[in-house]
Design a protein around this ligand. Structure first.
Ligand code: F6R
Length: 256
C-alpha cells in the first residue's frame, strides 16, 4: 500500500483488491472502535461488496461491534419494493446488516415504497439530525462522477431529495436487472450538502473503468458536472483506490 497526500486529501493506493477491501474495512473499523455509537452512512454497489465481507469477518473475529452504530443508507431506488432483490434495502441486509449485530432500530434506509417521496426525504434528513449528524460517510463513485445518486447537473443539490437517474447510470446499473427497462428511473438520495456534512468521508474506487473519473474528481475543476469534485472542499477525506482506479492520477501523485 502507498499513501499520498494531495492538499487535504489522503490517497491510499492498494496493491490488489484484497488489500483494498482490507484497507477500507480497517478504516471503517477504526472509526467505530473510536466512537462505538458512530452515525455511519453506507453505500451500495459493486465497490463495497468485498469491504462489507471483510467487516463481517472482523465482526466474527470479535474486532468490531455494531451494537450502537447508527446506520443511514446513502440512497435507494424509487419506487421499489423493499423485498425486491435489487433494492438497496435488500443489498444492505444481504451484505452487512443481517450479518452483524446491528440493532434493527438503528438501521435507516430511504423508503422506496413511500407514498410521498418528498416527505420521506424531509423525514430522512430529520432522522440524521436527530441521530447527531453523520460522523462518517462511505462513498463510491459512478463512472459519470456521481456520488450517491447526485448526477451531473448545473448546480450541487442540497439535502436528501428525489432525483431522476441519468442514462449513463441506468445503463451502468442495468447489469443488476434483467434489462435497462427494469431499472427504476428515479431514486431518493442524500444530497451533496448531506454528504459534505459528514465529519469524515471514505471515498472508494476500483477498476480501470473508474481511473479517468477519479482523476477528474480529485484534480479537475470543482463543478456540479462532476459531483464528486466537491470532495476537494472537504477537510477530512480518505481516498482508497486499487491500482487500476489509481492509474490516471498516480503519475501526478508520484511527482509530488
Ligand atoms: C451506491 C451509490 C453509487 C455508487 C456508484 C458506484 O449507494 O450511491 O453512487 O457508489 O454508482 O457503483 P459501483 O460500486 O457499483 O461501481
Amino acid at each position: 500500500m502507498m499513501v499520498y497526500h494531495m492538499g487535504n486529501i489522503v490517497i491510499n493506493v492498494s496493491g490488489d483488491l484484497n488489500e483494498f477491501n482490507t484497507n477500507c474495512a480497517m478504516n471503517i473499523m477504526e472509526q467505530i472502535n473510536k466512537k462505538p455509537d458512530s452515525v455511519v452512512g453506507f453505500a451500495t454497489g459493486s465497490t463495497p461488496e468485498g469491504v462489507y465481507k471483510k467487516l463481517v469477518e472482523l465482526y466474527r473475529s470479535g474486532r468490531i461491534d455494531f451494537e450502537h452504530v447508527k446506520a443511514f443508507n446513502l440512497d435507494e431506488y424509487y419506487p421499489i419494493k423493499r423485498d425486491n432483490p435489487q433494492s438497496y434495502y435488500s443489498y444492505m441486509q444481504k451484505h452487512l446488516y443481517s450479518q452483524v449485530n446491528f440493532n434493527p432500530a438503528n438501521i435507516n434506509i430511504q423508503n422506496g415504497e413511500a407514498e410521498d417521496p418528498r416527505a420521506e426525504c424531509a423525514e430522512y434528513e430529520k432522522k440524521i439530525k436527530m441521530a447527531g449528524n453523520l460522523d462518517y460517510q462511505v462513498l463510491g463513485i459512478g463512472s459519470n462522477g456521481h456520488i450517491g445518486f447526485n448526477e451531473p447537473d448545473d448546480r450541487f443539490p442540497g439535502k436528501t431529495h428525489l432525483v431522476a437517474l441519468n442514462e449513463k447510470t441506468i445503463s451502468d446499473n442495468s447489469r443488476f436487472f434483467n434489462s435497462a427497462e427494469e431499472v427504476p428511473k428515479t431514486a431518493l438520495t442524500m444530497g451533496i450538502k448531506t454528504i459534505m456534512s459528514a465529519k469524515k468521508i471514505l471515498f472508494m474506487a476500483t477498476g480501470a473503468k473508474k481511473a479517468a473519473i477519479v482523476k477528474e474528481a480529485l484534480v479537475g475543476d470543482i463543478t456540479p458536472k462532476v459531483p464528486a469534485s466537491v470532495l476537494q472542499l472537504h477537510t477530512n477525506v480518505i481516498v482508497v483506490l486499487d491500482g487500476e482506479a489509481a492509474a490516471d492520477i498516480l503519475p501526478l501523485l508520484e511527482n509530488t
